[in-house]
Design a protein around this ligand. Structure first.
Ligand code: ATP
Ligand code: MG
Length: 271
C-alpha cells in the first residue's frame, strides 16, 4: 500500500489537474471521522516526540509550507497538527500583503529570515508562492517575471535542502462549494466574523484563475528535494491526518538521534 506521502505527492513536471482530485475523498483510510481523529491524535503524539528529537539533535531543520485558497484551513491545520509540540522549537510565519519595504526588495527577501534554524520547525502560513499566485492572478508583475520565479523558487529550495533543511509543501485543496460555506460562516457566526474580509469575495470570483495558477506552480516546483502534496481538505479531520502522517513519515526518515553522551557524565551523583 502506498504511504500517505506517495499517495498525495505532486509528480514533478507532470501536468496537474486539480479538478480531477476530489477534495472530499479519503484515500488510504477507510475509517470514519472519529477513527480519523483518533489516528491523528496518535500521529500527533509521535510528531511531538520527533520534534523533541529534532530539537535535541540540533543539526537538522524542517520547513513546512502551507498554501490554500481563502478559508482553505491553514490556520486550523497548524492548530490541530502542532497542538502538542513544544512551542520553543516551532515558529510560524504568516505572509500577508507585502509592506512597502518588502516590495522594495526581491520576492524571496522577506521569506528567508523565517527559514528554520538548526533543531527548529518553521511553518509558513502562505509563503514565497504568493508571488507566483496572487501576483499572477492580479497582474502585479508581468508573465515573464512570475514565470522566471519558478526557477528561482526551485533553486532557493534546493539550496535550503542542500544546507540541511528538509522542505515539505502542502496545498490544502478545498472545493468551491466548501469555500462558500466557510466564507458564509464567517459572515453568519459572530465568533468567526473577525476572519471575514470583503476581499475574500473578490478573490472568490477569480477561483478558476487561482486554480490554474496553483496547478502550474505546483507542477513546476514539486521536486525530490522539496515536494508538494495536494491534501484533500473539505473534511478537516482527513486534512489533519494527511499532514500529520506525512510529517511523521518525513521526520522518521531523518533517523534522528540524541546527541552523543558525554562519557564523563555517566555515574555522576548530584549532591
Ligand atoms: P484565510 O485563509 O483564513 O482567509 P489568509 O491567509 O487569507 O487567511 P488574510 O489576512 O485574510 O490571511 O490574507 C492575507 C492576504 O495577503 C492574502 O489575500 C494573500 O493573497 C495576500 N498576500 C500574501 N502574500 C502576498 C504577496 N506576496 N503579494 C500580494 N499579496 C499577498
Ligand atoms: Mg484570507
Amino acid at each position: 500500500m502506498p504511504t500517505f506521502a506517495e499517495r498525495f505527492l505532486v509528480a514533478p513536471g507532470k501536468k496537474l489537474r486539480l479538478a480531477d482530485i476530489d477534495p472530499r475523498r479519503t484515500p488510504g483510510f477507510d475509517g470514519d471521522k472519529d477513527a480519523g481523529k483518533a489516528r491523528t491524535a496518535a500521529r500527533n503524539a509521535r510528531l511531538e516526540e520527533l520534534q523533541e528529537l529534532l530539537y535535541a539533535n540540533g543539526t537538522r531543520r524542517l520547513l513546512v509550507v502551507l498554501q490554500a485558497m481563502d478559508a482553505g484551513g491553514k490556520d486550523g491545520t497548524i492548530r490541530s497538527v502542532f497542538d502538542g509540540v513544544n512551542p520553543q522549537g516551532v515558529k510560524v510565519a504568516c505572509f500577508k500583503k507585502p509592506t512597502d519595504k518588502e516590495l522594495a526588495h526581491d520576492f524571496l527577501w522577506r521569506c528567508h529570515p523565517h527559514a528554520p534554524a538548526a533543531g527548529e520547525i518553521a511553518i509558513w502560513n502562505r509563503s514565497h508562492y504568493e508571488d507566483v499566485l496572487v501576483s499572477r492572478v492580479h497582474d502585479l508583475v508581468d508573465e515573464t517575471c512570475w514565470r522566471k520565479r519558478y526557477e528561482h523558487i526551485v533553486a532557493f529550495e534546493s539550496m535550503l535542502a542542500d544546507e540541511g533543511t528538509t522542505v515539505r509543501k502542502f496545498f490544502l485543496h478545498i472545493s468551491k462549494d466548501e469555500q462558500r460555506e466557510r466564507l458564509q460562516a464567517r459572515i453568519d457566526d459572530p465568533k468567526k466574523r473577525w476572519k471575514w474580509s470583503s476581499r475574500d469575495l473578490d478573490e472568490r470570483r477569480r477561483w478558476d484563475d487561482y486554480q490554474a495558477a496553483y496547478e502550474e506552480a505546483l507542477a513546476a516546483t514539486s521536486t525530490a528535494k522539496a515536494p508538494w502534496y495536494v491534501v484533500p481538505a473539505d473534511r478537516n479531520w482527513f486534512r489533519d491526518l494527511v499532514v500529520s502522517e506525512i510529517l511523521v513519515e518525513t521526520l522518521e526518515a531523518l533517523d534522528l538521534r540524541l546527541p552523543p553522551e558525554d562519557p564523563d557524565v555517566a555515574g555522576l551523583r548530584v549532591t
